[in-house]
Write a protein that binds this ligand. Structure first.
Ligand SMILES: Nc1ncnc2c1ncn2[C@@H]1O[C@H](COP(=O)(O)OP(=O)(O)OP(=O)(O)O)[C@@H](O)[C@H]1O
Ligand SMILES: [Mg+2]
Ligand SMILES: [Zn+2]
Length: 509
């Protein structure tokens, strides 16, 4: 007897349907699974068998062949425990074939028959819905994480027996998933605020522009000048996420098994601050299961690389391509997994090993030490930064100054407005921020007025800018013009954008 049960697996952040064909025939009792890596088959067989018996069902003492298709794509074995069991227990279920054609089952079984939480349930439920399935059975523990998806019936079950009883109409389930769908998404509160930061107007302004147009920032300055303090506060002024972005980020966190909050969705821009001792795998991602790394977890948010010169140089170099492309390919045994990583990088460093080069305190570093230190951050990597901020310690007087400093809320309002302008501008394209404007789109989006054109030409020739640096300059100027609510880029916008390159010339040229 042949039965077909549908399930779902992931490639990157998207799901694909897996057909689980279970054939039970007379003959010598045996249990074979084809279409999975050998080690996973062994584990799946043991789990499924124990779970069925311990749930009080009879394990068919017949010749069993389970075929998982498509055969050419690698599948995550444990998610398929539930559909395999359902296929084996088809005789216990009073439903027509059409019911199974409309239904997806996912879940890993414990030996006692209970269902365990799985990674990636959100992208799985989303793709089941997109493919037109009517209902999906998921582990109960995954309920919150999937409950923002509507248009598909989500049935959370605690164990195998409950699943079968429900299908047979013997029990009703509390489908409280509906509750979450209507929960409003609350704004997150932060303890830190830009209101705590005295002086440093130039730096704060630079961070505002970065948040508005997603421009990568490098903060350079002596110890204690407030680099870490200010960089960490950028999260308080980042523009709100739209619904698509929220789903995109939540899919990633679902795959990484990191949605632990009460609302079951990621509703604020990520701020990831890996330590400089971070390994390649934790930063970039990978491992046997191609788990997303920090750069992917920071998607649509901030990756803060504090003390960037202390990171492993090779690890830093691996960031270059993904930063440029906004996506990363991770190899996983025989195939690649693609994840998005559209991130804002905020990096901070001292100008030299002792920290005091070009400051009021004497620098004790030798020429050799300086070169070695600076070389940690390569030229091509530096090229990825649009804004260089020379952080100067505030004077004693400024510390005592009780003058009003702008709060994060005020700054964020401006950022949000500039973001709204960009949403309109890029409405029918696949980009979201000014920093993503391609060089061939520069003339379309970054129009300079007459004065600005003249100055642009002067800067271009005097500083011998590369094409990449020049486009970066115009994109930053575009964001400044947006913050200023101006249609075209004027002289002041351009000059301000150029002022954020001065730190580069001071420390790296
Ligand atoms: N502009 C400022 N306004 C208020 N407090 C400040 C300011 N700058 C620095 N501080 C104080 O100095 C402390 C040290 O700053 P922070 O740790 O950010 O320095 P840093 O530049 O990251 O130094 P390091 O190079 O050693 O990492 C802050 O926690 C804060 O208390
Ligand atoms: Mg610091
Ligand atoms: Zn020094």
């Amino acid at each position: 007897m042949l039965s077909i049960v549908n399930s779902c697996n992931l490639i990157g952040i998207d799901g694909f349907i897996v057909n689980v064909e279970v054939d039970i025939t007379r003959g010598m009792p045996c249990f074979n699974i084809v279409g999975l890596a050998s080690i996973e088959i062994k584990e799946a067989k043991e789990r499924v068998k124990s779970a069925i018996i311990n749930s009080g069902f009879e394990f068919p003492a017949k010749r069993i062949v389970v075929n998982l298709s498509p055969a050419d794509i690698k599948k995550e074995g444990s998610l398929l425990d539930l559909p395999i069991s359902i296929g084996l227990l088809i005789n216990y279920i009073q439903k027509e074939k059409s019911y199974f054609d409309e239904t997806i089952f996912v879940g890993e079984l414990s030996l006692d028959g209970s269902l365990k939480k799985v990674r990636g349930i959100l992208p799985i439920v989303l793709s089941a819905k997109q493919k037109g399935y009517k209902r999906i059975f998921i582990p109960h523990e995954n309920l919150k994480e999937s409950s923002y998806v509507d248009g598909i019936e989500i049935i959370p079950v605690k164990n195998l027996r409950e699943c079968i009883n429900y299908i047979n109409g013997k029990i009703a389930l509390d489908l409280s998933s509906m509750l979450y769908k209507n929960t409003s998404i609350q704004e997150e509160k932060y303890e830190e605020d830009f209101g705590d930061v005295k002086g440093n107007y130039f730096v704060k302004r630079g961070l505002e522009i970065a948040a508005a147009g997603n421009h990568n920032v490098m903060l350079i300055g002596p110890p204690g000048s407030g680099k870490t303090m200010m960089a960490r506060r950028i999260k308080t002024i980042m523009p709100d996420l739209d619904k698509d972005e929220m789903m995109e980020i939540s899919k990633i966190y679902s795959i990484a098994g990191l949605i632990n909050n009460n609302i079951g969705i990621i509703n604020k821009r990520p701020f990831r601050a890996p330590h400089h001792s971070a390994t390649n795998v934790s930063l970039i991602g990978g491992g046997a299961k191609a788990i997303p790394g920090e750069i992917v977890l920071a998607h649509r948010g901030v990756l803060f690389l504090d003390e960037i010169a202390e990171f492993n140089k090779k690890t830093l170099e691996m960031l270059r391509q993904p930063i440029e492309d906004g996506e990363i390919n991770l190899s996983r045994l025989k195939f690649y997994v693609k994840y998005p990583c559209n991130i804002l990088i905020i990096a901070a460093m001292n100008p030299c090993p002792c920290g005091y080069f070009m400051s009021n305190i004497e620098c004790k570093c030798t020429e050799y030490e300086m070169t070695r230190y600076r070389n940690k951050v390569s030229g091509p990597l530096l090229d990825r930064f649009d804004i260089f901020l020379d952080v100067v310690p505030i004077e004693f007087g400024e510390f005592k100054d009780n003058n009003f400093t702008e709060t994060s809320k005020t700054i964020k309002n401006r950022v949000q407005e500039a973001k709204n302008i960009q949403r309109k501008r890029f409405e029918n394209s696949d980009i979201k921020n000014n920093n993503e404007i391609k060089s061939y789109q520069i003339n379309k989006y970054c129009k300079l007025d007459e004065d600005a054109s003249k100055i642009a030409k002067k800067i271009f020739t005097k500083y011998n800018l590369s094409n990449r640096s020049y486009t970066k300059l115009l994109k930053t100027a575009r964001t400044i013009a947006d913050l200023d609510l101006c249609k075209d880029i004027n002289k002041n916008h351009l000059l301000e954008a150029f002022s954020y390159r001065k730190g580069y010339y001071k420390y790296f040229k």
